[in-house]
Design a binder for this molecule. Structure first.
Ligand code: NZQ
Ligand code: ZN
Length: 386
């Protein structure tokens, strides 16, 4: 295991009525002017908006609304939020939604405090923002675990790049599984697969010999698979939903990454696919993963074989490491079909004339890759996904 320093700055309030029980005390600690940020309006339809508004009013806050944050949030939307925050002297941001709202606000919180162009600062000058508006997150769509980390995935439409910007950590996150019960089933499934993908991408990173982080990771993967199966049968099962909400948070709260450098190649490729097609994140991952993993053999065979036995319950008796590794990929592909996730880009509605070469060429891979793919290999993976 590598050396590490671990500190976790986000207070998590989990469970039934978590907002009602904890938001009053959290709001008492923050300034007068609160920005309530949300997406396209699901929170108005399911009652979450009214509940939170009542709590904000009871706390005597002056509320500015920042709405219409789209899936795959854009850098232009970040700038809109930052302008609004400056004009209204915002002291605190309450982000209510899934990964898109939560990510967008991480960068709004930094951009509102500086005139520097944050995209330029972070991606060209390799600097980091230092001043932030404090924030709280209320999760209404689980999967990304975005509430647990300080990375934001933002689409810069002008540059055709969907990439990470580093913002602030949330001071607190409210995870009430009941708030997620109105999620469309397609989003429940793609969010669950995203959570599973985060676990796998972390597992595939370095170091690769058995370690505590990976053993906890295997438990998270088993949990997601089991509880998604329960949810497929009964979408309203609140116990299974609660497990999924917390398993997704575990995937991104740093615990599984302790002492590891992650792989995340499927993610980096999917993000660029998103930059060019605005596709659903979890669905894109579901198509890419099995194809990418077949290319990753034989380098990944020891880890794949472990996953086959420890996560997917494959009987190792009489099987070689390569056979077990293939059994893992087969089990993963079967599960994707069982969940009704797409298996090709065509099924996702991605146009055949998409510039896949440009996507491969602009994908940036990070440090801990099991085997870092070349641009040609990335293009081969994308072509097989079509
Ligand atoms: O916009 P509204 O009307 O709220 O509808 C949303 C949206 O259409 C809907 N929704 C959310 N909660 C709901 C609900 N509908 C009914 N009832 C509810 N309770 O769900 C739709 C999808 O929401 P979105 O936030 O876009 O989905 P998700 O949570 O999957 O977030 C995706 C974004 O997060 C990034 C992705 O790349 C993508 O941009 N990611 C962020 C990560 C991070 N910061 O750690 C990690 C991930 O790997 C990922 O890249
Ligand atoms: Zn993801």
């Amino acid at each position: 295991m590598d050396s590490f320093t671990y500190r976790y700055p986000v207070t998590v309030h989990f469970g039934e009525k978590a907002a009602e029980k904890n938001l009053p005390a959290e709001l008492a600690r923050v300034g007068q002017n609160v920005m309530l940020a949300y997406g396209g309006g699901s929170i108005k339809r399911n009652g979450v908006y009214d509940e939170l508004m009542n709590l904000l009013k009871a706390a005597g806050k002056t509320v500015t609304e920042f709405s219409g944050i789209m899936s795959n949030p854009t850098y232009a939307k970040v700038q809109e939020g930052a302008r609004l925050a400056r004009e209204n002297n915002i002291d605190f941001i309450l982000a209510v939604g899934g990964g898109s709202v939560i990510d967008c606000c991480k960068v709004v919180s930094a951009q509102a405090k500086t005139d520097e162009d944050l995209w330029e600062l972070e991606t060209v000058l390799h600097g980091s923002p230092t001043d932030f508006i404090p924030m709280g997150a209320v999760v209404t769509a689980f999967g990304t675990g975005a509430e647990m980390n300080n990375g934001a995935v933002i689409t810069n439409e002008t540059k055709k790049v969907k990439g990470p910007l580093w913002g602030a950590f949330y001071d607190f996150a409210i995870l009430d599984p009941a708030y997620t019960m109105t999620m469309p089933m397609g989003q429940v499934i793609s969010g669950s697969f995203d959570a599973l993908s985060h676990c796998m991408e972390t597992y595939m990173g370095a170091p690769r010999e058995t370690n505590l982080s990976d053993e906890i990771n295997e438990a998270c993967q088993r949990n997601i698979i089991r509880n998604l199966r329960v949810t497929l049968k009964n979408p309203q099962d609140i116990k299974a939903r609660s497990e999924l909400v917390w398993a997704a948070a575990m995937g991104e709260n740093g615990m599984l990454k302790i002492g590891k450098v992650t792989d995340f190649q499927a993610h980096m490729l999917e993000h660029q696919l998103g930059a060019y097609t605005d596709c659903n994140h979890g669905q894109g991952l579901a198509v890419i993963h099995p194809v990418l993993y077949r290319h990753m053999l034989p380098e990944a065979a020891p880890q794949f074989a472990r996953l086959a036995v420890n996560v997917w319950g494959v009987d190792p008796t009489g099987k070689t490491e390569t056979e077990l590794a293939n059994a893992f990929i087969d089990a993963l592909a079967d599960f994707i079909r069982e969940a009704g996730l797409p298996t090709t880009f065509t099924e996702m509605g991605i146009p055949a004339d998409t510039d896949f070469k440009a996507i491969a060429d602009t994908t940036v891979l990070t440090g801990g890759c099991c085997r870092k793919f070349t641009k040609d290999e990335l293009l081969a993976v994308l072509n097989e996904c079509r």
